[in-house]
Design a binder for this molecule. Structure first.
Ligand code: NAD
Ligand code: UGA
Length: 460
């Protein structure tokens, strides 16, 4: 079966960029991305491409090429499903906040609602693709919902039939476009060979065939959780060693380089920092922990839980360390916070380490001057919450942040912070002044030469 029309439910960080690249690489396929959120769809349709709701380098160019040609953004969910040969489910799957599994299990209400919508609106044969990250065996639920509608059909039209595939997404924010254009691999899980080949045929239009992996449904669902768990585990591992480096005089960057040179270990994902953030690592590991508990594998659950625990510890450790170095109190002291996004090249702040670290410092009474090139004041306010009051302000430049500050704390590895003018910053800070570099990106020698005392993560 060759695919001519695709509908994607969910116009978020994954649905938007993924469908834009499919439309770009498959001019023969009409792609419609639908969402219930009118403001989000309006932003995707904004003639000014700098106002797209997701900031990703290169995304504006891809959307500019395809939008209106074979890429459409709409809130009209039903007709888009009805017209589609293939429907991607790319809705949010956050951690449950209440009920059974609260704090660990994924909240599947949006996946279930979108599956029900597909069951109600699809016409003829429809391939349903799980793009969201889901607990193992979710496809069973999706299949059950779709099966109940199977065979229905308006008079004169062919009866409804469905096939379900799992096709998790491995893109990272900030590099979404290159990750989608040249993926390490595309994973397709399923038990219907024709459906698997139809989806492989879509990706095959730009992805080399040896990079398209086929597995059963459960392996595909579990591989996504496992990939994120392994990546996050490397970060917790290196952050644990960073603390030991600081205690012993070793340098975590030298250690990372030395171990990464072993081809069995590899050099990527070994940067010590303020802990991992982002919408998925924590959520997906907690989901894995919940699943292990569900299957009675309590030691396995505890093993993965420790990866999340170490991450939280690292964030509190950095906040505590700032307080200690500033003579044990930060009450009333101004601290310049450089970077609020969970990583560079994104406006996303979900689970950003900056949130917890800033909250800890605000609780200690600090006055924070926060700079981030992409994160808005409204977003920072939403993340820090109302309880911590007005102990912070967003400023437009690093120099403004530094004015009168006792310390400068780098939390996101924005390129702008690599080449800061340390003389200019030191000149406006209160002395003795500190640089706390939680990303190891600043030029520590220049900062010291300008008179600052320097702490860099993992440098003993
Ligand atoms: P998101 O919150 O940015 O987007 C999800 C969108 O789905 C929202 O705009 C929401 O309004 C919409 N939605 C929910 N229910 C709907 C319904 N019934 N009908 C229409 N629209 C509906 O989420 P995201 O970051 O794009 O993540 C989506 C999934 O992809 C998650 O499972 C996530 O774990 C996974 N994932 C995310 C990333 C990432 O980098 N963000 C990477 C890989 C995988
Ligand atoms: C991550 C994975 O890399 C993607 O493969 C996956 O698809 C995605 O999660 C998902 O499922 O959502 P993402 O969270 O966008 O992507 O970004 P990463 O580059 O993985 O960074 C995650 C966090 O780890 C960031 O806070 C980053 O600063 C931190 N990190 C990363 C480190 O502290 N050290 C490193 O060496 C690498």
């Amino acid at each position: 079966m060759s695919i001519r029309t695709i509908c994607c439910i969910g116009a978020g960080y994954v649905g938007g960029p993924t469908m834009a690249v499919i439309a770009d690489r498959c001019p023969g396929i009409q792609v419609t991305v639908v969402d219930l959120n009118q403001a989000r769809i309006d932003a995707w349709n904004d003639p000014d491409l700098s106002k797209l709701p997701v900031y990703e380098p290169g995304l504006d160019a891809v959307v500019g090429r395809c939008r209106g040609r074979n890429l459409h953004f709409s809130t009209a969910v039903e007709p888009a499903i009805a017209a589609a040969d293939m429907v991607f489910l790319s809705v949010n799957t956050p951690t449950k906040t209440k009920g059974v599994g609260a704090g660990q299990a994924s909240d599947l209400r949006w996946i279930e609602a979108s599956a029900r919508q597909v069951a109600a609106c699809a016409q003829g044969h429809t391939i349903v693709v799980e793009k969201s990250t889901l607990p193992v065996r979710t496809a069973e639920t999706v299949q059950a919902i779709l099966s109940a509608a199977q065979g229905d059909g308006a008079s004169g039209s062919s009866p409804k039939t469905f096939a379900v595939l799992s096709n998790p997404e491995f893109l990272a924010e900030g590099t979404a476009i290159p990750d989608l254009e040249q993926p390490d691999r595309v994973l397709i899980g399923g038990d219907d060979p024709a459906a698997i080949e139809a989806l492989a045929g879509v990706y095959g239009q730009w992805v080399p065939s040896d990079r398209i992996l086929r597995t059963n449904l459960w392996s595909s669902e579990l591989s996504k959780l496992t990939a994120n768990a392994f990546l996050a585990q490397r970060i917790s591992s290196i952050n644990s060693i960073a603390a030991l480096c600081e205690a012993t005089g070793a340098d975590v960057q030298e250690v990372a380089h030395a171990i990464g040179a072993d081809s069995r270990i590899g050099g990527k994902f070994l940067k010590a920092g303020p802990g991992f953030g982002g919408s998925c690592f924590q959520k997906d590991i907690l989901n894995l922990v919940y699943l292990c508990g569900h299957y009675g594998l309590h030691e396995v659950a505890a093993y993965w839980q420790s990866v999340v625990d170490l991450n939280g510890w690292q964030q509190h450790r950095i906040a505590r360390l700032v307080v200690q170095r500033l003579f044990g109190t930060v009450t009333g002291k101004r601290i310049a916070v450089l970077g609020f996004a969970f990583k560079a090249d994104t406006n996303d702040t979900r689970e950003a380490p900056a949130i917890r670290i800033c909250q800890d410092l605000l609780e200690e009474g600090a006055q924070l001057a926060i700079h981030d090139p992409k994160v808005s004041e409204a977003q920072i306010a939403a993340d820090l919450g109302e309880n911590l009051g007005d102990g912070w302000q967003r400023v437009a430049t690093p120099v403004q942040a530094a004015e009168g500050a006792d310390a400068l704390l780098i939390l996101t590895e924005w390129h702008d912070y690599v080449e800061l003018d340390w003389r200019a910053l030191a000149a406006v800070m209160r002395k003795p002044s500190w640089l706390f570099d939680a990303r190891n990106i600043a030029n520590a020698a220049q900062a010291r030469a300008a008179g600052l005392q320097v702490w860099s993560v993992g440098c003993g």
